[in-house]
Design a protein around this ligand. Structure first.
Ligand code: PEP
Length: 256
């Protein structure tokens, strides 16, 4: 945690979820209607097919809804893509960009991720910019160099603490059940804080830095307590309302 930063607990549903899964969003939207939401923000990023219906379900809930990617252009001949404006038109307020699965499956570069984040800003969305090292890069002792390079390349100069969240997601920890040690996460987040503060000045002190990679109810309290970890980006454990709400609930004791 970082003093004076309101944490964000965010779920990335990836390519999971049909209309039947809207029951889980309804349950999460109800479950976060507690005093804790004044102190902790919550977000679910379902597949684009559910975006519009999901935001309608959250009308009277503090739960925010976002998308998992956007195109860098505002509109045009880009078959199969969705723009940041379209996400905003569906009342989405966040978009994830540069997730490692997109960097790998779609060969997305830092340069492209930066352009997507800029498109998100133009549309009034907050971009969650994902960065993180692979297993080989970690073994080679390159973790902090990779984070530095990805922040420099993927985070636009116009980033601030309102329009940007940075998610540190070690690629080898995503969906594997493996997590770095508390000391390793603390080192990475302290390094990122220092790096963005040097570049963005005071905005760097208040920009949220999420940890993602096998966050679950059983480890959430320990991981969320680490200095400079301002919330979580959760894949698998965000699909079930009970698990997502339990991770959100971990903040009850942390913020007491
Ligand atoms: C993710 O995909 O962003 C993620 C962190 O997945 P998981 O929580 O399943 O490791």
């Amino acid at each position: 945690m970082t003093p004076d930063i309101r944490p964000l607990v965010a779920g990335n549903w990836k390519m999971n979820g049909t209309r039947a899964s809207l029951d889980q969003i309804k349950a999460i939207a109800e479950g976060v209607k507690t005093d804790l939401s004044e102190k902790v923000e919550t977000l679910i990023c379902p597949p684009a097919t559910l975006l519009y219906v999901a935001t309608a379900l959250c009308d009277d809930s503090p739960l925010a809804i976002g998308a998992q990617d956007c195109h860098q252009a505002q509109s045009g001949a880009h078959t199969g893509e969705i723009s940041a404006d379209m996400i905003a038109d569906c009342f989405g307020t966040y978009v994830i960009v540069g997730h490692s699965e997109r960097r790998t499956d779609n060969a997305e570069t830092d340069h492209l991720v930066r352009a997507k984040a800029e498109a998100a800003y133009e549309a009034g969305l907050t971009a969650i910019i994902c960065i993180g090292e692979t297993a080989d890069e970690r073994k080679g002792g390159q973790t902090l160099d990779i984070l530095k390079r990805q922040i420099a390349g993927s985070v636009p100069d116009s980033a601030n603490s309102e329009n940007t969240v940075i998610a540190y997601e070690p690629v080898w920890a995503i969906g594997t059940g493996l997590t770095p040690t508390v000391a390793d996460i603390a080192e990475a987040h302290a390094f990122m804080r220092d790096d963005i503060t040097k570049r963005f000045g005071p905005a760097g002190h208040t920009m949220r830095l999420l940890y993602g990679g096998s966050v679950k109810p059983s480890n959430a309290a320990e991981l969320m307590a680490i200095a400079n970890v301002d919330g979580a980006l959760i894949g698998g454990a965000s699909l079930k309302a009970e698990d997502f709400l339990s991770i959100f609930g971990a903040y009850k004791t942390l913020l007491d």
